[in-house]
Design a protein around this ligand. Sequence first.
Ligand code: C2E
Ligand code: MG
Ligand code: MG
Ligand code: MG
Length: 288
Amino acid sequence: AAKEQGRNGFRHFTPSMQEKAENRIRLANDLRFALSSQQFQVHYQPILDTVTGQVVKAEALLRWQHPEHGFVSPDLFIPIAEDTGVIHEVGNWVFREAAKLASRWRKQCPAACGQVSVNISPRQFMHEKTVDALLGCLTEMNMPGECMAIEITEGLLLDDQDHVREKLVSLREAGIRVALDDFGTGYSAMGYLKKFNIDYLKIDRSFVRDLARDESDRAIAETIVIMAKRLGMKTIAEGVETNEQRDILAAVECEYVQGYLYSRPLPAAGFLEYVAENMRAGCSVNGG
Ligand code: C2E
Ligand code: MG
Ligand code: MG
Ligand code: MG
């Protein structure tokens, strides 16, 4: 294709693009050993009930500490892991770690059933063994499916719909909840919302960022919440950084909030401490 573009194609192949391509190849190689070399860690970001302020969920987010480059963003390496197929092994590992955290959370607070959600990229989701691997992991750990959720993106619901529906049904029959991540940033061909059973819509950070200043963003957020309610779903707003944003989300009755206002993603131990602290604070607010 580069040849067909002729000179133009060549002219635009700048050194920085070549560098990028080389970096990608290097990262792809390094990714193959990252899991066995214990360079991955899973962090957990608290998700709070907007009304009670209780931590009721967590999102599992993968962290890669590269031996030379330091922290590499998942936005950079997840697509590479998808292209190379490494995502299957790594993704199953993330789910298992997240289920372990959910289990520890349950032991720490038997009263509250915290739920941990795991991002599943399209290629990982479509792999024939993924559903069995996730369900097998829960059986093995003797964990109810209700303690877990998966986060998928709109793109997945647009192609090969029968196949996707079948897999989602199996997961939901086991109690695993399904969240639609980055909602509103993709194609938003919303017909799929009536074809699939989705539990949560996640309002993308890009709509939350300017919520206090931008009337359109407020209208979009409010409309997502109303639509979700009418369709029997709940909404989770991500990227909540200010009290103003929180207040607006509470006013439009968005059920859950997640963001730096409350906490950055934390290692497992730190997350469980955060939960304990959150529960103590909740008790004192309620006078006990
Ligand atoms: P996402 O699923 O939309 O995750 C939310 C991202 O927003 C996370 O970035 C989180 O750290 C960040 N975030 C949360 N609250 C705030 C806030 O208040 N302000 C700002 N500026 N950012 C906030 P992160 O951890 O860098 O992950 C980026 C993306 O990488 C995720 O987006 C997800 O698509 C993907 N990803 C992360 N872990 C995994 C994984 O285990 N598997 C797969 N397939 N994808 C993953
Ligand atoms: Mg997510
Ligand atoms: Mg998201
Ligand atoms: Mg996002």
